[in-house]
Ligand binder design. Structure first.
Ligand SMILES: Cc1cc2nc3c(=O)[nH]c(=O)nc-3n(C[C@H](O)[C@H](O)[C@H](O)COP(=O)(O)OP(=O)(O)OC[C@H]3O[C@@H](n4cnc5c(N)ncnc54)[C@H](O)[C@@H]3O)c2cc1C
Length: 111
């Protein structure tokens, strides 16, 4: 995971919560299998891919800005976002909360 956006730790904590939710019971009952691990991977793959895709886009923008000697105009989606405060919540939420927020679900995890 790239450091861009400072979202890697956020994602890692959500991965850990998903692990706890899906693996606590099979671990406690000593019946963990590869299928349980595959379930964690299946749940977390999409948020990981989307987060990395967003980082690649930001990386491309940073490279273009640093390579240019001219003053660049932001792309249309960014200009629209900057004019409509309500829409600014969307990227803020994606960075702050992640694509698929995880919450502790099992009694085993809480104990
Ligand atoms: C230079 C840099 C700067 C960053 N800056 C930020 C930042 O400012 N903010 C932010 O949020 N994120 C940042 N990140 C991203 C963030 O560090 C990672 O996304 C996060 O640490 C991932 O956590 P993780 O627990 O999933 O994996 P890791 O932290 O990589 O932990 C995995 C652990 O598993 C161990 N391991 C691997 N394979 C095995 C095995 N087979 N058996 C036993 N152990 C194994 C590894 O040794 C490692 O200790 C940065 C990353 C880099 C590289």
């Amino acid at each position: 995971m790239s450091p861009i956006g400072g979202v890697g730790i956020n994602l890692a904590i959500q991965d850990a919560v998903a692990c706890a939710n899906l693996l606590a019971t099979p671990l406690r009952e000593e019946r963990l299998t590869d299928r349980d691990l595959a379930a964690v991977q299946a749940r977390r793959m999409l948020p990981t891919r989307i987060t990395q895709r967003m980082q690649l886009v930001v990386n491309r923008v940073i490279k273009r800005v640093l390579a240019s000697s001219k003053t660049l105009s932001p792309p249309l989606p960014v200009r629209i976002l900057s004019r409509i405060p309500l829409l600014q919540r969307i990227p803020a939420r994606l960075v702050g909360m992640g694509v698929r927020p995880e919450h502790i679900e099992t009694a085993e995890v809480i104990r």
